[in-house]
Design a binder for this molecule. Structure first.
Ligand SMILES: *Cc1c(COP(=O)(O)O)cnc(C)c1O
Length: 455
C-alpha cells in the first residue's frame, strides 16, 4: 500500500483495511458506536492520506487524472477496473481572460466538456474526478456505495459507476432531478433515489445515512472520504504541472468546501516537496448570495456557522442559481476542515449575487468561448471582486478553478438522457419507520431482513 491514513485530531496513523474504506479514526467521537473498545477522545476530525512518495511525480505514461496516482488513495484491486479513464482537468494559461480582468498570470483549471481544449468530463464537473478516485479506492470491497448529492456529485457517480457496472445508490432531493442526466450506458447496478416533498440536499444526506445501514451498503462518506478530497485535489495538480510553481491565490466556489480543502491539502504536500515554493496559496472562496453561511462565519472569524432555520435555509437555497453550493452542514468546523484550511492559508471568502455570476458567465463565453456551471461563474465573479478590492496584484500567479462547464457543447455532441428514478421517498417518511420499508422493498426486493431502526 502506498498510503496510510492519519487522523488530524489525534495524529494516529492507521492502515487501510482490505475490505472497507475508513472514514474516521476510532478515537473520534463521531466514529460509529460498535467499536466501544476505543476511548472516544476527540471532537470530529478528518483523516488525511499520507503517501509514501514525498515528491510530486506525475506518471508521464498515463493520460488524465490517474497520472497523479502516487498521490491518490487508490487500491490495485479497485483501480484495475477503473483507472483506464484518460480524462481529467485541463489547465491552461488564460491570457485573454486574464487581460480582461487585469491579471498577467491567470491559470484556468477547466473541469468539464470542451473538446477543443481536450476536456472530456462527460458529467461536466470536477465531481467526476472525485467519483473516479472514490471508486478506485472503494469498489473492490463489493458493497454498494451510497452517495448523497445536490446534483453534480450524483450525476458524476451515476456516470462513472454505470460505466463500470459498480453497485451504487445515488440519493438526491427531487429538486435536483433536472440535473440528473447521463450519456451512454445506464447500469442496473446503479440506483437513483429521489427525496420528495420540498427536500433539500441535507434531507438527501439523511436518507443516504439510513440507506447506508442496509446490509451490503456502505456510506461513501463525502468530505470524510480521503479519495473524494484527493480526487478533487487532482485539479490543483494539473495546474501545478503547467505552472511549476505554487500560485499566490486559489479561487473556487464552495458548497461543502471539500474541493477547497483538497486543494489546500495538495498544496501542503507540494510545499513539503520543496521544489515549488514555501507557501500554500491563499484560498479565495465564494458562495452564492443569499446562501452564504461559510462566508458569514469566516468573515466573523468564527468556527461556528450561523444558525439558520431549515425554512430560511430552503428559501435562500431556492433563490441561488448555483444550486450545488447549497450544503447546510458543510465540513467547516471539523478539525482539518474549511475553517482550518482558510486559517492556515490566510484565506478570504466572498458573496456573489446571481447577477454578478450571470455577468461572469457572459464574460467567459465571450472571451473563452465556453459555457460555465453557475458555480464556476460564482468563482470567476469573486475573482473580479477581489481584483476590484485590490486584494490581488497584477503579476501574481492565480489559479481559477472552473469547477464545471461545457454543458452546451456536450448536448450538441452527445446523446443526453434523463436518468430514471428507482425509488421516491417522501421527506416525511424519513422521520417515521416507513422510509426503511420503502427503501428495503425497492432496493433489496424485500428479501433482506431489516436491520434498520426508526429514528
Ligand atoms: C460541487 C461543486 C462545487 C463546490 O464544491 P464543494 O467541494 O462542494 O465545495 C463547485 N462547483 C461545481 C460545478 C460543483 O459541482
Amino acid at each position: 500500500m502506498h498510503y496510510t491514513l492519519r487522523c488530524l485530531g489525534c495524529n494516529t496513523s492507521l492502515a487501510e483495511p482490505d475490505d472497507q474504506h475508513l472514514l474516521t479514526c476510532p478515537n473520534d467521537e463521531s466514529h460509529p458506536a460498535e467499536e466501544h473498545t476505543w476511548r472516544k477522545s476527540h471532537p470530529p476530525a478528518l483523516l488525511r492520506a499520507d503517501y509514501s512518495s514525498g515528491s510530486f511525480t506525475p506518471h508521464n505514461d498515463v493520460v488524465g487524472l490517474f497520472r497523479y496516482q502516487d498521490w491518490l488513495p487508490i487500491r490495485a484491486a479497485s483501480a484495475d477496473r477503473v483507472a483506464d479513464a484518460n480524462v481529467g482537468t485541463v489547465a491552461y494559461q488564460a491570457r485573454k481572460l486574464g487581460a480582461s480582468v487585469g491579471l498577467e498570470r491567470l491559470v484556468v483549471l477547466f473541469n468539464g466538456f470542451w473538446p477543443a481544449r481536450g476536456a472530456r468530463l462527460a458529467a461536466c464537473s470536477f465531481k467526476e474526478l472525485e467519483a473516479r478516485v472514490v471508486v478506485a479506492r472503494c469498489a473492490a470491497a463489493g458493497a454498494a456505495l451510497v452517495v448523497a448529492s445536490a446534483g453534480n456529485t450524483g450525476r458524476a457517480f451515476h456516470q462513472v459507476c454505470s460505466e463500470y457496472d459498480i453497485p451504487a445508490v445515488i440519493v438526491v432531493p427531487e429538486r435536483a432531478l433536472p440535473y440528473m442526466w447521463g450519456v451512454g450506458h445506464n447500469s442496473a447496478a446503479v440506483k437513483l433515489v429521489a427525496v420528495t416533498g420540498n427536500a433539500d440536499y441535507y434531507d438527501a444526506i439523511q436518507a443516504a445515512e439510513l440507506i447506508a445501514q442496509l446490509p451490503g451498503h456502505r456510506a461513501e462518506g463525502g468530505a470524510r472520504n480521503v479519495a473524494r478530497r484527493d480526487g478533487m485535489g487532482a485539479s490543483f495538480l494539473a495546474g501545478m504541472e503547467l505552472s511549476g510553481e505554487l500560485p499566490a491565490h486559489y479561487f473556487q466556489a464552495v458548497g461543502s468546501g471539500t474541493g477547497a480543502i483538497a486543494a489546500w491539502e495538495m498544496a501542503v504536500r507540494l510545499v513539503r516537496d520543496g521544489r515549488f515554493g514555501p507557501h500554500v496559496p491563499h484560498l479565495q472562496l465564494a458562495q452564492n448570495d443569499p446562501f452564504t453561511i461559510m462566508t458569514d462565519a469566516w468573515q466573523a472569524r468564527t468556527r461556528e456557522l450561523p444558525r439558520l432555520s431549515s425554512a430560511d435555509a430552503k428559501r435562500q437555497i431556492d433563490t441561488i442559481k448555483a444550486h450545488v453550493l447549497s450544503n447546510r452542514h458543510p465540513p467547516y468546523a471539523v478539525t482539518g476542515g474549511l475553517f482550518d484550511a482558510l486559517s492556515a492559508s490566510g484565506g478570504s471568502m466572498y458573496a456573489v449575487t446571481n447577477r454578478e455570476a450571470e455577468e461572469a458567465t457572459r464574460l467567459f463565453r465571450r472571451v473563452e468561448g465556453c459555457d460555465l456551471d453557475p458555480a464556476a461563474a460564482v468563482a470567476l465573479a469573486s475573482l473580479q471582486q477581489a481584483i476590484a478590492a485590490g486584494a490581488i496584484q497584477r503579476g501574481e500567479l492565480v489559479f481559477l478553478n472552473v469547477t464545471g462547464g461545457g454543458y452546451k457543447q456536450l448536448r450538441q455532441r452527445l446523446q443526453v438522457e434523463p436518468l430514471t428514478v428507482d425509488v421516491n421517498l417522501d421527506v416525511d417518511q424519513l422521520r417515521t419507520g416507513e422510509a426503511a420499508v420503502t427503501i428495503e422493498d425497492t432496493l433489496s426486493g424485500g428479501r433482506t431482513p431489516s436491520r434498520m431502526e426508526t429514528a
